[in-house]
Design a protein around this ligand. Structure first.
Ligand code: UGA
Length: 431
């Protein structure tokens, strides 16, 4: 099939590449000229395991093309996927869908034959209705169909999530459209993915409710981990003990510094904003947002306690600063709250991250990037494991014999017994 994917960000580029890999002809469009030229050279704008190889393979096979030309690209294709950003509006919880709407206004002149317009961007309920209304002012209704087909890709595992999704949700009441999209996703359905056709509004809402539910699980287990710390119970036992009940499920029950990233913080807030418009009180989600926003302060209190409330001139090493492993994404990373607060108290921060230097800290005099993990560790009065990269899991701390290392493992990547047996001062979460 001939597809046009608009937006070469995370969702767009991964989807375009994977669709091309399934044998489709894909044009990936972005208005950022440099990004497009780089992509033609195999330079990917962000870090995602396996993506560069897959882009190159499909570009070389001529199935994946990159362009800045919106209208021509739309004209040449049958299905158009909108994958532009929908960030949170400034000083509000509402999703900013202006990029989507701008695009819709621009694209009407390119609808020269029947086209399926798909929103993959996360958009509030009824956005599809608005898109349809705008397009129908200029285009005959028979010539297009607007669908919601949300993505459920996790950063760092996006290719796998695309190829082996738990479900594919397609929101449309249009039979012809549904048939075409079912055929497009056929190779994934035949590998076992569930295909769910819903109303367009339901598909839009499923995306937000999925993220809000997962965020709720995390906030819930984080609060329970606080209780575990006071009662000498290991949170690992609780996560397993409840997670083995299939009604609860084991995933997303790992405690930590709070959820971050470009999706959970944004989408939980956007869901609250949507509910407010309909005069519905989502009190549980409100508490989840508050619980997660309070969490960095709680972690900071623990850090202060570990350092005996003497923070001035203390050397603190952060292992990993991105919001999770296998990504270079710093958006809503919890360390963006922890590090400035520690600096304010006079701490000296060094960080090591497998994805390199981060511009987010460039204006902080007392924050420096260490290219070498060992020198970062050696330097420190306290090591904070902030991100669960595999390379941190097998670190040989024994080499620092001269020092009694103090480690605060925010991701519980080490065995508590093993660490204390080696005579380290080891702190973790909920145990
Ligand atoms: C999330 C969803 O998992 C995807 O299904 C969705 O498509 C995506 O948002 C999106 O809306 O685009 P992502 O934000 O990439 O994916 O990463 P997750 O693996 O879900 O992690 C989100 C945050 O929760 C991270 O800060 C992570 O460290 C934290 N987390 C996750 C925990 O603290 N505990 C867990 O058990 C799991």
């Amino acid at each position: 099939m001939k597809l046009c994917i608009i937006g070469c960000g995370y969702v767009g580029l991964v989807s375009a590449t994977c669709f091309a890999d399934l044998g489709n002809q894909v044009i990936c469009v972005d208005n950022d000229y440099d990004k497009i030229e780089n992509l033609k050279l195999g330079i990917i704008p962000f870090y995602e395991p396996g993506l560069r190889e897959l882009v190159t393979k499909n570009y070389d096979a001529n199935r994946l093309k990159f362009s800045t030309e919106l209208n021509n690209s739309i004209k040449k294709t049958d299905i158009v996927f909108i994958c532009v950003g929908t960030p949170t509006k400034k000083n509000s919880f509402e999703a900013d869908i202006s990029q989507v709407m701008k695009l819709i206004k621009k694209m009407s002149s390119s609808i020269n034959k029947f086209k399926i317009i798909v929103t993959k961007s996360t958009v509030p309920i009824i956005t599809g209705d608005r898109i349809e209304k705008i397009l129908s002012k200029k285009v005959n209704k028979k010539n297009f169909s607007v669908v919601s087909n949300p993505e459920f890709l996790r950063e760092g595992e996006a290719i796998r999530d695309f190829i082996y999704p738990d479900r594919i949700v397609v929101g449309t009441n249009h039979n012809r459209t549904n048939k075409i999209l079912k055929k497009l996703y056929g190779p994934l359905i035949s590998k076992g993915a569930n295909y769910l056709q819903t109303s367009r509004r339901a598909a839009e809402l499923i995306k937000y409710v999925s993220n809000a539910f997962l965020a709720t699980k995390i906030a819930f287990i984080n609060e329970i981990s606080n209780l575990c710390e006071m009662t000498d119970v290991k949170i690992d036992d609780i996560s397993l003990g409840i997670g083995l009940d299939k009604r609860i499920g084991q995933r997303f029950l790992r405690p930590g510094p709070g959820y971050g990233g470009s999706c959970f913080p944004k989408d939980t807030k956007a869901l609250l904003s949507i509910a407010k418009k309909f005069d519905i009180n989502l009190s549980i989600i409100k508490s989840v947002v508050k619980s997660n926003e309070d969490r960095p302060d709680l972690i900071l209190k623990k850090i202060f306690k570990i350092l005996n409330y003497k923070i001035h001139n203390k050397k603190i090493c952060f292992l990993g600063v991105t919001f999770k492993a296998n990504t270079d994404d710093m958006r809503d990373s919890i360390c963006l709250k922890l590090i400035p607060a520690l600096i304010k108290k006079g701490a000296l921060i060094k960080y090591y991250d497998p994805t390199g230097y981060k511009k987010e800290f460039k204006n902080y005099k007392n924050v420096s990037f260490s290219k070498n993990i060992n020198s970062a560790l050696e330097y420190s009065d306290l090591i904070i494991v902030h991100t669960e990269w595999n390379e941190f899991k097998s670190l040989n701390f024994k080499q620092f014999k001269s020092k009694k290392l103090v480690i605060f493992d925010l991701k519980n990547i080490y065995s508590q017994n093993l660490m204390t047996n080696q005579n380290f001062k080891y702190y973790s979460v909920g145990r």
